[in-house]
Design a protein around this ligand. Sequence first.
Ligand SMILES: *Cc1c(COP(=O)(O)O)cnc(C)c1O
Length: 228
Amino acid sequence: MSDILNNLDIIREKIGVAAGKSGRKTEDIKLVAVTKSVSVSRINEAISFGIKEIGENRAQEAVEKYNQIGDRVKWHFIGHLQKNKVKHIIKFVDLIHSIDSIELAEKVNKCAEEEGKIQKVLVQVNIYKENTKKGFTSYDEIANFLKESFYFKNLSVEGLMTIAPFFKEPEDTRPLFAEVRNIFHRLKKEIEGLKMNYLSMGMTNDFEVAIEEGANLVRIGSGIFGSR
Ligand SMILES: *Cc1c(COP(=O)(O)O)cnc(C)c1O
């Protein structure tokens, strides 16, 4: 049996259990397979096993793979995005998870306008203030950004994304995920007209805890494809 298929079976099962614990179903959780450093042939294998959404964190790698794989899957951009790279990915990317400044949002809006599309994005949240990670660091910062983002007519803000620090014990991430979930719901309540469809949190090490705490989109790489 293919290692990818075997891994996917295990992950789908765990997603189902974690979803159940938070009163939801497997289908309520979107699985994005993170394919950074994974070859196109292995990505194609995963697609044949039902993967429909894939995530890349580098613009150049995403473009190269898009040219070979195309629109058979939805493309997620999950890494830090430099402003001068936006024009290369705007054509094909479905959801950009990593909006971390008003300047980047402005650039994405401009490129989306030129492309004639409405670009779906998430706001990256870094409430643990890890210097190595990007993102807005407080409720007020996020709220201010969201209010400004309404002026960007070619941007559709769809929710929040966060990357938890690595803990050996996934359980240790629970308070952080819970805090992001609380911010998510508070924003939804306090800012009129926000969509807030996606709460993107959880990776191989911590996706079960993230789902239990309210994530509805998980980004899983090594758990599917093996360690990089
Ligand atoms: C690499 C990466 C992932 C996937 O990490 P794994 O531990 O391999 O599951 C998820 N999100 C982001 C932003 C990443 O860069």
